[in-house]
Design a protein around this ligand. Sequence first.
Ligand SMILES: Nc1ncnc2c1ncn2[C@@H]1O[C@H](COP(=O)(O)OP(=O)(O)OP(=O)(O)O)[C@@H](O)[C@H]1O
Length: 730
Amino acid sequence: MTEQPHIPKPDDDNEHQAEEQARVLRFPSERLNDDQATGEPQVIDGELVDDADQAPQVDQAAATESGSGLVRHEKREPVLPKWASDVDEFRETAKWAVGYAGHTLAFHTVRCPVYMGRILLRVPQGTLRLLGGFLRWVTDAEGRPVRSDAAHRADAAEYLRLSGQRDNRVRGRVYTTVGLGAAALAAFFLGRAMLPELVQYAIVAGALGAVGWLGAPADQPIASRAVEATKVPKLTSNAVEIALSALGISGINQAMAKGGEGVGFPKPISRDGKGWRADVDLPHGVTPGDIMDRREKLASGLRRPLGCVWPEADNGEHAGRLILWVGDQDMRKAKQPAWTLRKGVRVDLFQPQPFGTDQRGRWVDLRLMFTSVAIGAIPRMGKTFALRELLLIAALDPRAELHTYDLKGTGDLDPLEKVTHAHGVGDEDEEIEKAISDLRKLRDELRRRAKLIRDLAKQGLAPENKVTPELAGKKSLGLHPIVIGVDECQVWFEHPDHGEEFEAICTDLVKRGPALGIIIMLATQRPDAKSLPTGISANVSTRFCLKVQGQTENDMVLGTSKYKQGVRATTFAWADKGIGYLVGEGSDAQIVRTVAGLDGPASEKVAAYARTLREQAGTLTGHAIGETPEVDDSVSKKDTLLEDILAVVGGTEKKVWNERVIARLYELKPEVYGTYTESADLTAALKRHGIRTGQVWGTTDDGKGASRIGITRADITKEVAERNRRDSAG
Ligand SMILES: Nc1ncnc2c1ncn2[C@@H]1O[C@H](COP(=O)(O)OP(=O)(O)OP(=O)(O)O)[C@@H](O)[C@H]1O
């Protein structure tokens, strides 16, 4: 292939001169050297330089760094293994060791009589073995084959030498035996005379035990096994290579073929938690994502259950580094360590709380404060369980005001009824009206909080312009955490009348809520642009994605490009219930299994404790104490915004600023339009009718011309006419 040199266009005056100066440069790269070897000179994009000596090098020498030359950048391995440095793991290991010892002791104590019977039965056999062995030793039986061999060969000299050696040896051993026998006899009589009876019995029992033990056949030991160790095959580099080769990835196959680069193991394969961890440098061009896509084949290649095999990208290293963690047990079947909140504990939402366990069985914490959450999955994977768990955590902070919406209508969030401030079940009109009314109040609360925080920041009380634990604790400020949980949120966003308003308010809550102590958590089984509007999916800070079907849904929940980066919730199996990728604020994606067994009755118990905490703190409000929420009248009444605008904007006014329309609407119906405080409110309200506002030229009260956001009357008349036509058509 021959490319033309890229030459900057010279000035007309200097054209000729520039042409003369233009030269093609050969970058001293390996590729060019190869080409030269084949005799085909190549021309590549070059850069004009004054002096050939200054030609840029493609392969630059390693950059020298400032500072001490002795200082190296390195990754230090932890001094203590994880189980010894992590309090929880240490506690768990110690608990296991004590349990193991206790079980073994109890097991053998119970079987002591059986063991004694077995020992007595085997004493004769043991005695015979002992005597036989002793006689063989005294008579130097082990040398017999060699002596007979010498006799067979008629090697008289050798035979005589061996026989002499044997006689000496036997003589020595007989003397030793006689000496030891006399000493034993003396010890016996001395012991009988001097040792307490108990010790004598113990010695006899010990001797009988030893002889009985000796009499036991090798395949039938006296003691039964207290613990049957579940054998987990060790993960070896060979096994990893075989499994990787079986994936059908050409890059790997070429690398593994004779003369290929192979795969690299930068660290020894080692134990990590309850499993093995292999760090693998994949062949050039192969990414961890390629492996993760074939997780099932990989599990087959390793001869392990799918739930044990967890390939991951190592984002701290290069793009070809794979971390392969192979658990001893299937993640979905492994016993989860106890969830500390199960029995009810007062929690502080400003602190991280245990949300789930990773593949290694370690708890993964999540801080709910200053975040907003999106949960997505195909049906029946554990999305509602995850949302309910988060709401239960919130319920255990008695300051938190809960708003719970179960739009599927099956009562999954009902355990929270006893603590929640607002509760909605199902998608009937009445429920939707209650919900939109509640959300409007929350939007007003958001605005109140924003203004309050601004004022507090000016006084130096909110240094980061957000709610602090101290501010949340002051009842007078009303800055306590507000937690909104919505299951099947797509029902709101797809609602024909209120969908856009739900979307606008939720987007606002997702964006501004976290700093102001309002946490919104949305779960959906259909993560697409309609169910999880982009304004929301792009701004949530905590994402939990259980199994999904494709890349789009994956990235919708976990964030743009996550699929490309190898974070693929598509690789979960159908049986991986409650297992998903968690992407927290500023943290890498990790695989987490939510609390297992937190079903309805278990949730009821946690909620009951949360109610007690609230009773003590005096924070039970709304639904929890049987209050019926006031529904905003404007919701149930027919929306007459367009007609009202036409009533206040005369036919002669083609375009009017929003602020003026709002003032006139307020005069017309203060009870309906009292919530319109700024121009954007009217823009949002008109957007729900499919009408856009735009820049409008007008004159201020003091006669100056200005351009501000406003309406075009013709747009309103057109929409009203269209609607009337639709209504009459039925
Ligand atoms: N951490 C977990 N460990 C084991 N099983 C779990 C876990 N979480 C949920 N499950 C199981 O997954 C099943 C489905 O859970 P859930 O009802 O939350 O699913 P969903 O995704 O909300 O379903 P749908 O879309 O139908 O509402 C339940 O039967 C539950 O027992």
